[in-house]
Design a protein around this ligand. Sequence first.
Ligand code: PLP
Length: 452
Amino acid sequence: LDAPPRHQLPPTDHVPRPYTGPSRDEILAMRKQFANPAVFTLYREPLLIVEGHMQYLYDETGRRYLDLFAGIVTVSVGHCHPTVVKRVQEQVATLQHATTIYLHPSFPLLAKKLAAKMPPGLDVTYFVNSGSEANDLAITMARLHTGHRDVIALRNAYHGGSPSAQGLTSHHTWKFPAGGDGHVHHVVNPDPYRSPFSGTPEEIATKSAREIREIVRYSTPGKIAAFIAEPIQGVGGATHGAPNYLREAYAITREHGGLCIADEVQTGFGRTGEHFWGFQNFGVVPDFVTMAKGIGNGAPLAAVTTRSDIAQALTQRIHFNTYGGNPVSMAAGLAVLDVIEQEGIQENARVVGGRLKAGLQRLQQSHALIGDVRGMGLMLGVELVRDRATKEPAQQQTLDVLEAMRESGALIGKGGLDGNVLRIKPPMCITAADVDFALDALDHALTLAARA
Ligand code: PLP
């Protein structure tokens, strides 16, 4: 360390409870023997986290960390946000579950509130429990409505882990030799930083969109069921195309009879700052919006919103999901929407996210490791490369940065096809002081990683 970081973690009144559970090593041993033994960790040693409060997490020793990854972009309004906790506690003590074969006010109420957040026409919502299920359901509905089977998705996309959502995913880390139904075709994604095409970002977007036409021509009967894309790829490393990409991709999809699905699992609920939904940054209106993660602030809640004429496809059959729409998840979803509105969460994502992105762009000027800074609001990516000319991914340095950040007290994520993109997507209650601390910690971590 040449110079310690200038900023310290901003103070907090929160006092974590003493932790009295099993030790980190005992938990690790149990995990390896009994529960999903492939322990995935971003750090040299897995981190034990036992408490959360707003934008902070605490380990078993009471050490506080600034959470810059939000439980993989899930904790939208803050860990254990008091309003969400209160409303969930009240609901769980009143009626935890009865099934959606009975009426309950919270189910249609949350659907109505979501409709109010959508462009006109997108007003029917189905509730499920995970993003994978939401994407599965959207594809099912698109196939039923159009009568076509083929689906177009983007390379570098992550749409989930169920067998059919895995078929939509195009990212080697998350692919197994199982899943997929043989009717999904992956086209080049419009990320200008690593595109096989040359030209301006707008030209790259147009050339990338034309790939859809080609793949429809060569690999389908000429008609398709759907095009699915994250407006900004999350696991893929905050990549997105120029604003014309989705417009052109949606037009080509519709020319071929297909419906457009915006996977808003990471980009929704104000995270991109300027708009409530990611797709709104690109001037398009999808036929389906799939959502999860931020909708419940950590509650297992996900949804698909679509048009009523498309929903008819399911009304003719019974769509049933045991936990989808259960009152406890609904209470969380309703509370999250209230908090976003009452506490100016989306505006905070815009302002604080802008400060963070500007700071990352300043760091890019002094750290050769940073190849690209991208994203919007509080959905940001920093791609690390060994050489800016060849863009060789700096994988080891990315791990070194994560480790050094952790030592400074900030937890960050990583992603991208080569695991060399820092993913910065904190709970959206993060403050300017937190951001200044994070930027100092990153400055310091990048200096260390470049030297190693
Ligand atoms: N879609 C996107 C964009 C995601 O990032 C994820 C999860 O990371 C999913 C879908 C799948 O969501 P889940 O893990 O809740 O099934």
